[in-house]
Design a protein around this ligand. Structure first.
Ligand code: ASP
Length: 288
């Protein structure tokens, strides 16, 4: 059985600039993910590793590249979902920790809960011994500066979806959310079924204006369209995205199904994205 992998760096890019550095990093990342999957790694471990490296790159609006909220605080959201076991973990409005995706995974693996938020999430991460950010001003290097927001969509996220060689599906998403968001604002990324979803049928990671993805429950809607409507992955993803767009939002997503098909539709100007499969497909692009 083959494997499939897709990653994204958000649907916020603008045609006012190019993204060579981001595309080069994504290429190296996909090669690493491909090696892991060739070696029999689980989809869950691969999506976690991909998102962790995207967080640390500082190239996207998440992890090191996140922007502060309207009160100057770095509040981050992340989620991971293991489709085979239908397990999920997420953190929302997490302050002070370096790897939100590892925090989400710890929620999934070490608690009976799915989502921890705010102070409780931070206290849990502290008890887990997860790496802290002692000096936010020194650590964070916002990928999109507030002064540069003109001409750029003011949001960003990273994500990964995979189907491993055993046929298991997993999805992971991590974000700094919207620039200038209000304190306490939570987007779609950590909401299972909105920005992140994986089951036995499909794994999905979304990016875009989270409020619209929440109201369209985009990620779970793709699975429902496939399950109840018999739609293909491509039709289901395009249909769910069109429903979101019809509410006035924009963005995109990456998704992989149980047969290893991959899709990466977007209705924004661009979406930093990469796809690799064991059948030899390999592409990294930002625009159409
Ligand atoms: N969906 C993210 C959020 O609303 C932002 C993004 O994907 O660009 O938090």
């Amino acid at each position: 059985m083959g494997w499939s992998l897709a990653v994204h760096g958000g649907a916020g890019p603008s045609k006012h600039r190019t993204y060579e550095a981001e595309e080069a990093h994504m290429t190296a990342l996909l090669e690493r993910g491909a090696d892991m999957l060739d070696d029999g790694a689980s989809a869950l471990d691969v999506v976690t590793a991909m998102v962790r490296e995207l967080e640390e790159s500082g190239q996207h609006v998440d992890g090191k590249g996140a922007s502060a909220n309207s009160e100057g605080v770095y509040e981050l959201d992340a989620a991971v979902m293991d489709g085979a076991a239908r397990r999920a973990g997420a953190v929302a409005a997490l302050v002070g920790f370096r790897a939100p995706i590892l925090a989400a995974r710890a929620v999934m693996e070490k608690t009976p809960h799915v989502l921890l938020a705010g102070q409780g999430a931070a206290a849990f991460c502290g008890r887990q011994g997860l790496e802290q950010v002692p000096d936010p001003a020194a650590y964070y290097t916002p990928a999109v500066k507030k002064a540069l927001v003109q001409g750029e969509l003011a949001h960003g996220t990273v994500g990964a979806v995979a189907r491993d060689a055993s046929g298991r599906l997993a999805a992971a998403t991590s974000t700094g959310g919207l620039l200038n968001k209000l304190a306490g604002r939570v987007g779609d990324a950590p909401l299972i079924g909105s920005g992140t979803w994986a089951d036995e049928r499909v794994a999905v990671s979304c990016t875009g204006q989270g409020e619209f993805f929440i109201r369209a429950a985009v990620a779970a809607d793709i699975s429902a369209r496939m399950r109840y409507g018999g739609q293909t992955l491509h039709a289901a993803a395009a249909g769910a995205l069109a429903d979101m767009e019809a509410q006035g939002g924009d963005g995109g997503l990456i998704a992989v199904d149980a047969a290893g098909n991959v899709t990466a539709p977007f209705v924004s100007e661009g979406m930093k994205r990469g796809i690799a499969t064991s059948a030899g497909r390999f592409e990294v692009k930002t625009f159409r």
